[in-house]
Design a protein around this ligand. Sequence first.
Ligand SMILES: Nc1ncnc2c1ncn2[C@@H]1O[C@H](COP(=O)(O)OP(=O)(O)OP(=O)(O)O)[C@@H](O)[C@H]1O
Ligand SMILES: [Mg+2]
Length: 250
Amino acid sequence: MTPILQTQKLRVEYRSRELRQGTKIALHGLDLEVCAGEVFGFLGPNGAGKTTTMNVLLGFVPPTSGSASLFGIDVRQPISRQRIGYLPELTYYYKFLTAEELLRFYGKIFGLTRAEMDKRIPELLKLVELEHAANRPIKSYSKGMQQRAGLAQALINNPDLLVLDEPTSGLDPLGRMKVREIIQRLKNDGKTVFFSSHELGEVESVCDRVAIVHQGELKAVGSVSEVTGRHTSLEKAFLEIIGFQSSPTL
Ligand SMILES: Nc1ncnc2c1ncn2[C@@H]1O[C@H](COP(=O)(O)OP(=O)(O)OP(=O)(O)O)[C@@H](O)[C@H]1O
Ligand SMILES: [Mg+2]
């Protein structure tokens, strides 16, 4: 299968005045491939380089060397992002907007016609279970509802590939389950989902394949059972892969 998301020897160095030591290498030659129709979990401890990878794909951060492509087109060309939807790690929406207004705002950015929006927005509000709150300002939403509004926003252009940076972060078990169900429905509709997460249990239940990055390097990739290997859970495999030695009493 041809990958629709690919990074090759991707290296990212941050240079900024705030960094006293000068340069921070966030990615050390990352090779990653995600194929059409996959739900792909991108795992790694805090600071591993997950958001940096996504920021390269989104065109926010330039590769220092190596390359990244979407649908076979280099990410330096904005057209590579025409068929993707993106949920950032931190969402900053105008909180005075309602979910409906937020979706119209993004619909306009993507050039949807009024008729297209009239059809698509109610479908999305239903998918993310926000029909009942569609006309309330986002500032009155719970975190789970805000996250689902963000997911609807990421889907406004009917993308083929979703890039979701920690879509379940900070959500309660019910909120996480709802997001998981949405990811499952997107997969059933033939979409590809590339998402980062620290919730290894949910990753086990929803992902076709996972990758583990640590200190900017790919440490493992494969199906959940391949990466879990001889361990009793993905979490145990994860801890060993990132070099954590548990104390014998744990
Ligand atoms: N703008 C920046 N300037 C300097 N260093 C940065 C910048 N953004 C990220 N970094 C550094 O790059 C490394 C990778 O960060 P990144 O945000 O990609 O990690 P992450 O895997 O998304 O972590 P988390 O799970 O906490 O979200 C970290 O060491 C971080 O401090
Ligand atoms: Mg991150």
